[in-house]
Design a protein around this ligand. Structure first.
Ligand SMILES: Cc1cc2nc3c(=O)[nH]c(=O)nc-3n(C[C@H](O)[C@H](O)[C@H](O)COP(=O)(O)O)c2cc1C
Length: 395
């Protein structure tokens, strides 16, 4: 690969590199979606369908992609979404994500199901780490876990709420891929067919850190990780409701957001119970397959909650122009999970940084083409075909 840019000129280049470097089951676990992958494809189609108009002869020589969120300046209105098991991409891949984000100056969200502990990631990310929480069934363990996250120094907590039951990802089952990882014959065959991954990821992981494990789980649950298919019982229970979020609100003094919303009605509840924000997300097309693309619901959520919440959107952003489109529709910030995973698989920490660099340079270039000097100037006027996704009667 070439120096600096690693031979990757866009996120798709990184995706193609990841495809070559990962065993098939691991690549499909990060890349593919649920059921017929309607949502997965639609997320991209919607971004691509939005056309934005250039403005000429505007002095944009002093433009900047920087902005502020939750009291901190960030290099662009972008953050890394939580992704379980990023450590399968490269040796210490999760640490690499945290470091790349710190280098770029954007937040990285550590996942409950990460293979690296939140304490280690907080240190690697220079404190600029958000945390994604799955609410364990056991209230005592759950509350002790929130206290642990608080003690680490995390300021922003995202509670993921769209996974009350496990996802229907048929390709994972065909590949023999499950979480926690099981050594199925199909997966073993795929791994052996990719000795490069064994040498780059598996062997150093084993020598430096031992077997893969969910590093954030308390001993009570971790000891049960070897049980058959218990994962979803820990993290995805179907009896959770807004009262559970209220309980966390009572004990979490920092920024509290819920992730995985697709309805303005839910966003109104989030605002009413005093949350700071929502992450509109269809989990990158990994859960509800006929879900709308999250950017389609930004206008109706904004109309419903006004400025009471920060609106963050993920699922499908692959270009700097996508960040601009989402902000023009009313979002405060965009996130994504896969691009930095592709980067991590392609070239470790440097590859994750390359993904962030691609987003930032593309955003900067498109801002110039649109005649925009600051993030605050991004608005619906940039659209040639402004979408009509928020009929007032629905809100
Ligand atoms: C491999 C993988 C693992 C993920 N794990 C989690 C997780 O543990 N918790 C969570 O809230 N979201 C998880 N997500 C969803 C991401 O946070 C995010 O919503 C999604 O990646 C957005 O889609 P995009 O990457 O296509 O933009 C995961 C996504 C991927 C691809």
């Amino acid at each position: 690969m070439a120096d600096g840019d690693y031979g990757a000129y866009n996120i798709e280049d990184l995706r193609q590199m990841a495809k070559k470097k990962l065993p098939r089951g691991v690549f499909e676990y990060i890349d593919r979606g649920a059921e017929d992958e309607i949502a997965l494809r639609h997320n991209r189609e919607v971004y691509r369908s939005l056309k934005i108009r250039n403005r000429v002869l505007v002095d944009v020589s002093k433009r900047s992609t920087t902005t502020r969120i939750f009291g901190r300046e960030i290099a662009m209105p972008y953050g890394i979404s939580p992704t379980a098991s990023a450590g399968l991409m490269s040796e210490g891949g999760e640490v690499g994500l945290a470091r790349a984000a710190a280098q770029m100056g954007v937040p990285c969200t550590a996942a409950t199901n990460s293979l690296t502990s939140v304490e280690e990631l907080y240190e690697a990310g220079d404190g600029n780490i958000w945390f994604q929480l799955y609410m364990w069934k056991d209230l005592g363990l759950r509350e002790a876990f929130v206290e642990r996250i608080k003690a680490v120094g995390i300021e922003t907590l995202l509670v993921t709420v769209d996974g009350s039951v496990g996802a229907n990802r048929e390709h994972d089952r065909k590949n023999g891929f499950s979480m926690p990882l099981k050594y199925t014959p199909t997966l073993i065959a795929q791994v052996l067919a990719n000795p490069g991954w064994c040498l780059r990821v598996l062997a150093p992981q084993f020598l430096k850190r031992g077997v893969f494990k969910k590093a954030n789980y308390p001993p009570e649950l971790a000891s049960r990780l070897t049980d058959k298919y218990v994962d979803h019982e820990h993290t995805k229970s179907d009896n959770q409701c807004w009262d559970d979020i209220k309980r966390i609100r009572d004990m979490w003094p920092g920024n509290l957001l819920v992730k995985g919303l697709q309805s303005w009605e839910d966003a109104v509840i989030a605002a009413d119970i005093g949350l700071q924000g929502v992450v509109l997300s269809n989990h990158g097309g990994r859960y509800l397959d006929s879900a709308p693309a999250p950017i389609q619901i930004i206008p109706e959520v904004r109309a419903a909650v006004g400025d009471r919440l920060k609106i963050i959107v993920d699922s499908g952003a692959r270009r700097g122009s996508d960040i601009i489109k989402a902000l023009a529709l009313g979002a405060d910030m965009v996130m994504s999970g896969r691009p930095t995973l592709y980067g991590s698989a392609a070239a470790g920490e440097a590859g994750s940084y390359r993904a962030l660099e691609i987003f930032q340079t593309e955003m900067d270039r498109v801002m110039a083409q649109l005649g925009l000097n600051s993030v605050d100037e991004i608005g619906p006027h940039i659209f040639w075909n402004p979408p009509d996704w928020a009929p007032p009667s629905r809100v």
